[in-house]
Design a protein around this ligand. Structure first.
Ligand code: ADP
Ligand code: MG
Length: 238
């Protein structure tokens, strides 16, 4: 399972600088949560780590290897988005196996991987259903299943629960914690939900205007925020 390092990472869209020099050390198997207001660059940062967006300058290392120009499929990363974008005409089984079929894996191996992911996510009874026959929470689990079958070293989640209602979010939060314990992978999770951040994170990265405002454990940030911005975001009384 991979560690991750960002060194002076910058991103500009034309003349608009949206990531302004981010340094980060993420340990293997850590659950790291990025929080910060809308537009502060959380998604852009994830997309650069995934290789879906080029970096303007700086370095990204995954498992000690510089991946600045590496193809997204060669980074050992899988990303789960807020909109689950399942293929509507494919069953849960085929949705989950799609990336593996695309990669030309043998049928029995695909069946094994999909079966394992379905077990972990408690999707076994739903494998032959179509996405429209699933609830929102079930669809999001399928989207996570599509990531799991690829056995990534690092999972990236971009506000995966924000389309779900409050009750389901609580349930999925518990499932994600269990998933992290079971898979023992590195996870980077973007949210603007303080409760999610405080309960899931080993380490929280507070972002503000394309820069890191503070990094620490939930308790550190709560007890000792560097400034009012962090305090306000973490919900501590200062
Ligand atoms: P967040 O996920 O924290 O809400 P984003 O990473 O989506 O923030 O966006 C950060 C900033 O970068 C915003 O000002 C956004 O408008 C801008 N931005 C994101 N993608 C693009 C793009 N492809 N072209 C131009 N500006 C972009
Ligand atoms: Mg975003």
């Amino acid at each position: 399972m991979s560690s991750l390092k960002l060194k002076g990472v910058r991103k500009a869209f034309g003349t608009l600088e949206v990531i302004k020099g981010v340094d980060l050390d993420i340990n293997a198997r850590e659950f790291v949560v990025f929080v910060g207001p809308s537009g502060c660059g959380k998604s852009t940062l994830l997309r650069m780590i995934a290789g879906l967006e080029s970096i303007t300058s700086g370095d990204i290392e995954i498992g000690g290897k510089r991946v600045n120009d590496a193809d997204p499929s060669k980074r050992g990363i899988a990303m789960v988005f807020q909109s689950y974008a399942l293929y509507p005409h494919m069953t849960v089984r085929d949705n989950m196996g799609f990336a593996l079929r695309f990669a030309g894996k043998p049928k029995d191996e695909i069946a094994r991987q999909v079966g394992e992911a379905a077990r972990i996510l408690e999707l076994e009874p739903l494998l032959d259903r179509l996405p429209r026959e699933l609830s929102g929470g079930q669809r999001q689990r399928v989207a996570i299943g599509r990531a799991i079958v690829r056995h990534p070293e690092v999972f990236l989640f971009d506000e995966p629960l924000s389309n779900l209602d409050a009750e389901l979010r609580v349930h999925m939060r518990i499932e994600l914690a269990r998933l992290h314990r079971e898979l023992k992978t590195t996870m980077i999770y973007v949210t603007h939900d303080q409760v999610e951040a405080m309960t899931l994170a080993d380490k929280i990265v507070v972002l503000r205007g394309g820069e890191v405002a503070q990094v620490g454990s939930p308790l550190q940030l709560y007890d000792d925020p560097d400034n009012h911005f962090v305090a306000g975001f973490i919900g501590s009384p200062r």
